[in-house]
Design a protein. Sequence first.
Length: 292
Amino acid sequence: MIDPETGLDAIRNVAIRDDEIALITEDPIEGELVINATGLVVAPGFIDLHAHGQTLLAGRVQALDGVTTALELEAGVYPVADFYADAAEEGRTINYGAAVNWAAARNAVLTGAEPDEAGALHAHEDGPDWRYTPASAEQTATVLERVRDGLNEGALGIGVLLGYVPGSGRSEYYALHELAAAYDVPSFTHARYLSNLEPDSSLEGFQEMIAVSAATGADMHISHLNSISLRDINVIRPMIEAAQAHGVNITVEAIRMAQVRPPSGQRCSKAQTGRPGSAASRNPISPSPERP
């Protein structure tokens, strides 16, 4: 049995009563149903923080891998209330929850059109490209208000797809984390840039994230450290570890990317800076009621 909280990693017998663990012991036990787990691992259900699949089918597939909680935190969802309402109406086989999608809220404010799920990160034919346009003070205030609404609707944090919106202002990014700190929720963020060349390098992007987390006190989770560090990982990783040692509350994740070769004759466009364009409960994972 493996228990990450206590550090237990040993052979044990587990008794379950009414869908709850009633006993963990080295002694033999008996029950109405006995499952022989010899050679297997008994562990708590896995929590997937980076689960874009938020459908009933996706939840069933996750459950087959031992995931009992699938959270859409990297991108988040928008509007948050609609996400929870739709999931509750359809039903879910595992726990679910989401952050509020800052990029989608920003898209709506700067373009004047509410983005649908598919087009949330795309430029619109009319008007400025919201991904590369700094927001005015008034627009920033409106974006933050929409993000605040999402937090009050039950979002677990703020999803910050900064790498998809690299032209957004530094002041907006900072204010977003001031809001996260005020609500005591984490952000789940990309680096602004994806490059090993200065200026506008991945290293700069990580420096920005560390500085903002340290200055605002916001907890920050950095999405897929390895794939956005590129060849600078040997510099970026020690930099993050040093920040953590100084009390900056940053966590990271790594993601395994498959290499895909396009069909013959097709062209792969060059990536733009910032990477473009118990059985499980059926209850959502949500924080306490509306906060000030």
